[in-house]
Design a protein around this ligand. Structure first.
Ligand SMILES: [Zn+2]
Ligand SMILES: [Zn+2]
Length: 349
């Protein structure tokens, strides 16, 4: 075991404090990573404030982790000391179920092990990326190409793969018209990835306040869902709509914007149940679906694609010297007051 400094939440809703946690000794398949940057995901706030239930305290959040390899176990084949790497939302899976065998570890039937606020199958409590070091099985470590800005890369490990995976699955590309609903941490990356894939991208926001940014990211149109005319002008226009918001949405109105055989895909997580009129599906054989982060092979593919197309998150870098700064950033995340993702400089932890 080794001790490493971390930002810790000791009980539900407690302020973030500086402390230390133990990381396991490096096993034969493990990689020890010196963390450079850790992104802040809205799910960090939900879990530290016990908004999703069954939380484990003390908690060290963070599942958007980038840094450099400082030690490898004797059986590690993919990584060497000094290499830039990432660790994302999951750090273990059963490796035996159909999902795991299909490189879809994030959909493991036994339940994948989260980077924090969970237990590994042997009972080990998992602590996340708001710390200076992490020890992870190499299967759940991904490599980052030379020259990539690591701070801007960090949010790709959760937000990036959360949107990349459905964009690939629903075949965003040349000739496809895609709408991104909401342009926050997830949505702004969805716009960048969908544009790089060659799709024609429209952003649907509840106001027009982010229009200039969306157009700068490569979107060709930006419409307000508060404007009735939007639903007239864009009727049956899109191959699919990716909903990146966690708010209640006008499902029937959005379905009316989707072409024959198209889909409304949820990656944002509204707390309340969403309802819809089934006629909105049957008349045009539309689907409503959901998606989450991809498996490890796809996380690597996403990082390589991002490096090739120079895609990083638009970020605000945080100094954690005073940990209250992170609490304040969380409040801004809750208020959607960040363009577009916070990243903690781990050297200040
Ligand atoms: Zn996340
Ligand atoms: Zn499995």
């Amino acid at each position: 075991m080794t001790s490493t400094p971390a930002l810790v939440i000791n009980t539900s809703n407690a302020p973030i404090v500086k402390s230390a946690i133990e990381r396991r000794a490096v096993g034969s398949k493990d990689v020890r990573v010196a963390i450079a940057y850790s992104g802040i995901c809205h799910s960090d706030v939900h879990q530290a404030r016990s908004e999703w239930g069954s939380d484990i305290f003390p908690m060290v959040p963070g599942h958007e982790i980038v840094g450099h390899v400082v030690e490898v176990g004797s059986g590690v084949t993919k990584f060497k000391v000094g290499q830039a790497v990432g660790v994302g939302v999951f750090v273990n899976s059963c490796r035996e179920c159909d999902a795991c065998k299909s490189n879809l570890e994030s959909y493991c039937e036994k339940g994948p092990v989260g980077a924090y606020n969970g237990h590994d199958y042997n009972g080990e409590v998992q602590y996340g990326g708001y710390s200076k070091e992490i020890v992870t099985d190499e299967h759940f470590v991904v490599s980052i190409a030379d020259g990539v800005d690591l701070a801007e890369c960090a949010p790709l490990l959760c937000a990036g793969i959360t949107v990349y995976s459905p964009l690939k699955h629903w075949k965003a590309g040349p000739g496809k018209k895609v709408a991104i609903l909401g342009m926050g941490g997830l949505g702004h990356l969805a716009v960048k990835f969908a544009v790089a894939m060659g799709a024609e991208v429209t952003v649907l926001g509840h106001s027009l306040s982010k229009k200039a940014d969306a157009l700068a990211f490569g979107a060709t149109d930006y419409r307000s869902t508060s404007d009735e005319q939007t639903f007239v002008d864009l009727a049956k226009k899109f191959d699919f709509i990716l909903n990146t918001t966690s708010a209640d949405i006008p499902v029937d109105g959005l379905l009316s914007l989707i072409k024959f055989d198209g889909a409304l895909v949820f990656v944002g997580l509204p707390v309340e149940s969403q309802s819809f009129n089934v006629f909105g599906l049957t008349g045009q054989r539309r689907s409503i679906s959901g998606s989450q982060v991809g498996g490890q092979m796809e996380v690597q593919e996403m990082l390589d694609f991002a490096a090739e197309h120079k895609i990083g998150a638009s970020i605000e870098l945080l100094d954690a010297t005073d940990p209250a700064t992170i609490d304040q950033a969380w409040n801004r995340v809750v208020n959607a007051d960040v363009r577009y993702r916070f990243v903690i400089d781990a050297s200040t932890i």
